[in-house]
Design a protein around this ligand. Structure first.
Ligand code: PLP
Length: 454
């Protein structure tokens, strides 16, 4: 793109486009980076820079960029039947096929999909339908959801309330009533010298304490991301999720796994709940279901919940115009075909995850890195002032992370920064050679960042 066009677009962007999760005044002054093309694990910007996208867009481009088959699937479906809804006792073929395929892929008896446009709407959906599930069984007071401080479940009123991001709660009067939070499992910041598995049990038992405080007859569900992504890839010890599951079963509290990031291969398993070995009653998905090529989300219910909703729920007063959109469903089906037929999840688990873990651990040797944690293809480097002092952070948390992210960009590498943690989530199709490139660029960025800090 020529310089004049780029400047013109940046001017229009500053004048007319409010960016999500951005300081829009600061962005307008700086000028937006405009992305123009993608291929495999790389994207190009309008100035012609080639960038290794080690964040897969926003945790979502699992099959990599530029797969024409998904565009073909969308075009074919648009030409055949661009739209029809699932409201008026009807639906479309790709929608049905996708619901059946999700039932096949998801673990246990998670057999019933309610489609949305996004992960946030999927989490809104479960808040309403799970409360309805208890209400129609004469337990209308069993309506409290428990989430985790610093959890992320999206940006709608319910999604942001279920999440525990303080900055989000400050805007718009959140959380909405009857949503409570417990502290998350964050071994680096919270476990001290404790044995990790013991710490995992302790962190899980915060749920039991909260249920007993509120009364089990009031608690409808617990929701959690198998690995908390946005806050900084908090990977719980192995003991955490089985203990959460035990507690949920004991008090008849529904267990909701938010698999919006972890689903569709991110951990090297199809779902994060399989990685940790627990069985959710309800699951929310989005992102990797279409590898981000088109918006789509879903709430998935097990036989028990869907059975009650069907038998006693009456007409569900819930749904989006685009619930089960046939074009989105057709693209999702093609994406799932590629993930399956090209053994992309297996590639991530067998060929990449162990190698990436080794190289990530090498980055952990850098003097700026207090912890290099990774699970499958999801990791974080926690940048600290003194790597010998665990749990200590830079003053004004976030500045060093932003600095390192910007330096990495100049080296042609996209990583995300949350506070001072550098987050990793590359396309699942990344090769070992590209992992080496990622390592070299990240190391250079860390070096330059350390030099800048003096
Ligand atoms: N849940 C998790 C764990 C997420 O990371 C996100 C988005 O990043 C969401 C829900 C919300 O999904 P969406 O942005 O599609 O609304």
């Amino acid at each position: 793109m020529d310089h004049k066009t780029l400047e013109h677009l940046q001017h229009l962007d500053a004048a007319h486009h409010l960016h999500p999760f951005n300081d829009n005044a600061a962005l307008a002054a700086k000028g937006t980076r405009i992305l123009t093309r993608g291929e495999g694990c790389y994207v190009w910007d309008a100035e012609g820079h080639k960038l290794l996208d080690a964040f897969a867009g926003l945790w979502c481009v699992n099959i990599g960029y530029g797969r024409a088959e998904l565009g073909d699937a969308a075009a074919t479906q648009m030409r055949t039947l661009a739209y029809y809804n699932s409201f008026f006792q009807c639906t479309t073929e790709p929608t049905i096929r996708l619901a059946a395929e999700i039932a096949e892929l998801t673990p246990g008896d998670l057999n019933h999909a309610f489609f949305t446009n996004s992960g946030s709407e999927a989490n809104d959906t479960i808040l309403r339908l799970v409360r309805h599930f208890w209400a129609v069984q004469d337990q209308p007071r069993k309506n409290i959801f428990i989430g985790r401080h610093d959890g992320y479940h999206g940006t709608t009123m319910a999604g942001a309330s279920l999440g525990g991001m303080k900055g989000m709660h400050k805007q718009g009067g959140l959380p909405i009533p009857d949503i409570h939070h417990i502290d998350p499992p964050y071994p680096f910041g919270d476990a001290g010298d404790m044995d990790p598995e013991e710490y995992g049990l302790l962190a899980a038992r915060r749920l039991e304490d909260k249920i007993l405080e509120l009364g089990p007859e009031r608690v409808a569900a617990f929701i959690g991301e198998p690995i908390m992504g946005a806050i900084g890839v908090y990977i719980p010890p192995r003991s955490y999720w089985p203990e959460i599951e035990r507690i949920c079963r004991k008090y008849d509290v529904l267990l909701v796994a938010d698999e919006v990031i972890c689903g569709f291969g991110r951990t090297g398993e199809w779902f994060g709940s399989q990685y940790f070995g627990f069985q959710p009653d309800v699951m929310t998905i989005a992102k990797g279901i279409t590898s981000g090529y088109i918006p789509l989300g879903a709430a998935i219910f097990n036989d028990r919940v869907a059975g009650v909703l069907a038998a006693q729920g009456g007409e569900l007063a819930h749904g989006c115009t685009y619930s089960g959109h046939p074009v989105c469903a057709a693209v999702a089906l093609e994406n799932l075909r590629i993930l399956r037929d090209e053994r992309v999840v297996e590639h991530a688990r067998v060929d990449i995850a162990p190698y990436l873990a080794t190289r990530w651990a090498e980055l952990g040797e850098h003097r700026l890195v207090g912890e290099a944690r990774i699970a499958g293809l999801m990791g974080a480097l926690e940048l600290v002032p003194d790597k010998r002092r665990r749990g200590e952070y830079f003053p004004g948390r976030g500045k060093v992370g932003a600095l390192c992210r910007d330096i990495a960009l100049r080296h042609g590498l996209i990583l995300r920064a949350t506070y001072d943690a550098m987050l990793l989530s590359p396309p699942l199709v990344i090769t070992r050679l590209q992992v080496d490139e990622l390592f070299d660029k990240a190391w250079k960025a860390l070096d330059e960042c350390a030099q800048a800090l003096g």
